[in-house]
Design a protein around this ligand. Structure first.
Ligand code: ZN
Length: 230
């Protein structure tokens, strides 16, 4: 059994009617509903406004894979929590999946070690190209799929050179973005995936869902045969 915690800032859904209509119980609940169909996955939902920002030690220390969505209040996330997450990832105790606007979260910047800066613009059609079809995260994903409306995220994406690039996206306006990237840090793995703007339906897309599930299995910790130095 894999313990997956889906952490969501969960503010847009409370404040904006359109977003609430799309994700009435929060984006994390929608992702959790899909992942929960997999009997190997034990799902915990967590939100910034929960006690201990949703990740008290008893939850964090029992999490095998943490999925992170944040956007407008990255600065509210406690630095001590960020450090605890980074340590768990670096020591190979937990995998991390960062979605969409999490590219600017303290967690992503701190774990990957870069600004995560990129360009963005209005919602538009996106084609996600599967440019690494033999990669485990691309299992069951066609050579490309279309998201009718997604927020434009564009290169340059300041993350240095990722360890693996799985998806590359084209946007209607002609922009491109490396949209599915794997980073290896310490003994841990991190997957960044670009779709998932709160005004868009991407978390209902079957391929987006499948990619997140594949990524859970890819970044999950694997027991090392020796002690990893702290
Ligand atoms: Zn967005």
């Amino acid at each position: 059994m894999l313990h997956v915690t889906i952490w969501n800032e969960f503010r847009h859904e409370k404040k904006l009617e359109d977003v609430r209509a799309l994700y009435p119980n929060g984006m994390h609940a929608t992702i959790g509903e899909y992942l929960g169909k997999d009997e190997e996955l034990d799902i915990t939902l967590a939100a910034l406004d929960d006690p201990d920002q949703g990740l008290p030690p008893e939850v964090l220390n029992n999490t095998d894979v943490l999925i992170w969505w944040g956007h407008m209040v990255h600065h509210e996330v406690n630095d001590a929590l960020v450090a605890a997450i980074r340590e768990r990832v670096y020591l190979g105790k937990m995998g991390l999946i960062v979605l969409h606007s999490g590219h600017h979260s303290k967690v992503f910047r701190s774990v990957v070690g870069s600004t995560g800066n990129l360009s963005w613009g209005r919602n538009q059609k996106e084609i996600v190209w599967n440019i690494n079809p033999t990669h485990p995260i691309a299992a069951g994903i066609p050579d490309h799929f279309c998201l009718e409306s997604e927020e434009l995220y564009a290169e340059p994406f300041y993350v240095g050179e990722p360890d693996e690039t799985v998806f590359l996206s084209w946007f209607e306006g002609g922009f491109v973005m490396r949209s599915g990237l794997v980073f290896k840090r310490g003994a841990g793995k991190i997957f960044y995936f670009q779709p998932g703007h709160e005004e868009c339906r991407s978390f209902y897309n079957e391929y987006v869902q499948r990619i997140i599930r594949n990524a859970v299995y890819y970044v999950k910790p694997t027991a090392p045969s020796f002690d990893i130095p702290n």
